[in-house]
Design a protein around this ligand. Sequence first.
Ligand SMILES: CC(C)(COP(=O)(O)OP(=O)(O)OC[C@H]1O[C@@H](n2cnc3c(N)ncnc32)[C@H](O)[C@@H]1OP(=O)(O)O)[C@@H](O)C(=O)NCCC(=O)NCCS
Length: 172
Amino acid sequence: MFFVRTVSKDDLAAVSTLLSETWHDTYDGIYGRGKVAEITASWHSIDTLEDQLERPHSEFIVADDGTRLGGVAFAAMSEQASSDQAKVAMLHQLYVHPDCQGQGIGLDLLEEISNALSDASILKLEVDPANTKAVAFYEAAGFAKTVETQDCGGNSGIPADVYELQLTRAGS
Ligand SMILES: CC(C)(COP(=O)(O)OP(=O)(O)OC[C@H]1O[C@@H](n2cnc3c(N)ncnc32)[C@H](O)[C@@H]1OP(=O)(O)O)[C@@H](O)C(=O)NCCC(=O)NCCS
């Protein structure tokens, strides 16, 4: 049984491995193994994950069953408000290890991120349309496509679709 908890410094090596293995499983068939190795070595290095851990107004969580990590999510408040000044949080990472997918972990992580970033009224993300599994997951979770970008993650040259979820709060 997986439970969701905050990431600590001691988790970072396991998180890096989880991200690398999940990235290869998800993207080798789309971008090729070499390109995936290059991206994951940079985006998922311990140094980069340490910076994530220290980022203000962010939430960095894992699903843990006491023996292994099954998934990870990271989101941070964006400095840009939406056109109607709503506060936006960006979901930078949501990865469930291939051995653990389809058990509800993705939804659990998404729910915790949405609850924890309680200032946000919109949760935004970028997803490659070729990643059909993730697109089906996000659409089932209520996200809707808004625009397209040619530079997923800001520095990759990878095209992506931008999706948003309106977060409804109890009492709002
Ligand atoms: C996309 C991902 C985060 C989903 O997490 P998950 O734990 O596997 O998904 P869940 O078990 O919480 O699924 C919740 C719902 O999403 C939908 N869904 C999930 N996987 C799906 C799939 N492969 N095809 C269609 N719908 C899917 C279903 O509606 C599912 O509900 P159901 O099981 O009651 O039918 C996970 O599969 C993953 O990490 N994939 C690889 C990495 C990735 O692409 N991350 C996103 C990058 S932008």
